[in-house]
Design a protein around this ligand. Sequence first.
Ligand SMILES: Cc1cc2nc3c(=O)[nH]c(=O)nc-3n(C[C@H](O)[C@H](O)[C@H](O)COP(=O)(O)OP(=O)(O)OC[C@H]3O[C@@H](n4cnc5c(N)ncnc54)[C@H](O)[C@@H]3O)c2cc1C
Length: 320
Amino acid sequence: MAEVLVYVDHVDGAVRKPTLELLTLARRIGEPVAVHLGAGADTAVATLAEHGAVKVLAADAPEFAEYLVAPKVDALQAAYEAVSPVAVLLPSSAEGKEIGARLAVRIGSGIITDAVDLEAGDEGPVATQSVFAASFTTKSRVTTGTPVITVKPNSAAPEAAPAAGQVEQLAVTVADSSKGTKIVSRTPRESTGRPELTEAAIVVSGGRGVNGAENFPVIEALADSLGAAVGASRAAVDAGWYPHTNQVGQTGKSVSPQLYIAAGISGAIQHRAGMQTSKTIVAINKDAEAPIFDLVDYGVVGDLFNVVPALTEEVKTRKG
Ligand SMILES: Cc1cc2nc3c(=O)[nH]c(=O)nc-3n(C[C@H](O)[C@H](O)[C@H](O)COP(=O)(O)OP(=O)(O)OC[C@H]3O[C@@H](n4cnc5c(N)ncnc54)[C@H](O)[C@@H]3O)c2cc1C
């Protein structure tokens, strides 16, 4: 059966959920072969095999950590040449998209980014994208070379499908031209204990209606009751109420959770661009005419300072 390369996103071998989603989607096209770069392959292999990786190509080199993405592209290209896959899948993170784009240029292939679904087709994999601020859904196929496709987090539910997960060492030569940008320092971001915004299954976002940084704990409390990430509209971010890293939208992050709750957000097209593919959308807004109500599954017309705390209490009560 044809093999599909899946680039593994991990932290020291702890495989992140978007990779499990990629393995699930890859099985629709062929046999997943995981490419694990950096330390921790021994830890990762069990999870990768459990989710369908027939093989794990592993490589570790100090250059992966010392330079920006180019050495990883060298490694993925080596995997591509070793396997001759029918497709290469990567997560739609900033890094995943850059690695995918560079690989596509090197191997002369077309690339599709930010796919939200993937299926097998007679002439190669067909990717679904949500485009033009999510106003259209398109289906596309790469017509030149081996398709390189990046897939947004939360596009599929990870399914276990145990496979061999046979580990093979991948020989990688890092080219001098891949050492053009050295990482000179790293500062870990202070952890909030909440899930990563782009990967979270639930996101609770606040907008201008939150009316001040001092009120964002109302949003955070609902998020914490649900185990959710916190998002913010640009209006809230520009006002300095919440960090830019939490901005959802065209010039912020693109999220596609199972549940998106927007509180005090009007639903401008630039905000919708970053959240419209969420599976279930709930809005709380005191203006019944707010455009956000055009796209919601459930809408509450009301003051968020009454509705959100009541919702938080109800969630806590039901969770016991
Ligand atoms: C090039 C460009 C890029 C942009 N990129 C982004 C982006 O990435 N993300 C983004 O979000 N925006 C983006 N914007 C800005 C966007 O156009 C809107 O200005 C912004 O999304 C508005 O944010 P908001 O909904 O929080 O504020 P508003 O539009 O002011 O809406 C606030 C809402 O809160 C409601 N409200 C007020 N008080 C309460 C209350 N007590 N209870 C309940 N509801 C209440 C109001 O009825 C209103 O609907 C971009 C704009 C441009 C031009």
